[in-house]
Design a binder for this molecule. Structure first.
Ligand SMILES: [Zn+2]
Length: 194
């Protein structure tokens, strides 16, 4: 899937988890950092791809991208597995612990969850593509859904742009429609916190 689809999938997953789990009122700063962390999480597994949006946005990204791609075994290897997700989760946890003193009132626990939800959404979305995902590394099997490869999506193909992306938009529309009062209440509480 392309970066655009992964971004939307990450936000969609965050919306679903957030609206189906009652959480304490969030500060606006925490909510904003959560959304940024969620979007970063949503494209992080593709750091093993030298041309990923993650690297393209950095001035010397290509060199880093190529080096990291080699280290993690090339596209769709360690960073697209449960083992990789656990390692990244640990790394992000300690990064957040390290930066907590300078993060003011931002609740880093929520930030971690938002990042991991984005990461999980990436693995799930890539399972719908022809290449599949090596979820259980070191077991060398690539998993995909549906199991028949021919029924899966080709990255950047019209199916992704005309079916998957609009499908995700529709899920968001449905979420807003079915949780309208709840969303208004959250916005009201976020607006009055500081
Ligand atoms: Zn990927």
């Amino acid at each position: 899937m392309t970066g655009k689809t992964h971004d939307l999938a990450a936000i969609t997953a965050l919306g679903i988890v957030f609206l189906s789990n009652p959480v304490d009122p969030l500060r606006l700063s925490t909510a904003i950092v959560c959304i940024i962390a969620n979007l970063i999480g949503g494209i992080t597994p593709d750091i093993d791809q030298p041309t990923a949006p993650f690297w393209r946005n950095l001035p010397i990204g290509n060199i880093f991208g190529r080096t990291f791609g080699k280290l993690s075994g090339g596209h769709r290897f360690l960073t697209h597995s449960l083992l990789g997700a656990a390692l990244i989760g640990f790394a992000v946890h300690w990064l957040l612990v390290f930066f907590t003193p300078v993060m003011g009132h931002i609740d880093t626990g929520y930030v971690w969850w938002a990042f991991m939800i984005g990461l999980a959404s990436h693995l799930l979305m890539d399972m719908f593509t022809k290449e599949g995902v090596p979820l259980f590394i070191p077991i060398p099997i690539k998993l995909g859904f549906p199991p028949i490869k021919a029924l899966r999506v080709t990255t950047d193909h019209w199916v992704e742009h005309l079916v998957v992306f609009p499908g995700l938009l529709a899920i968001n529309g449905l979420l807003v429609a079915t949780h309208y009062q709840q969303i208004l209440e959250i916005l009201r509480r976020v607006g009055s916190s500081h």
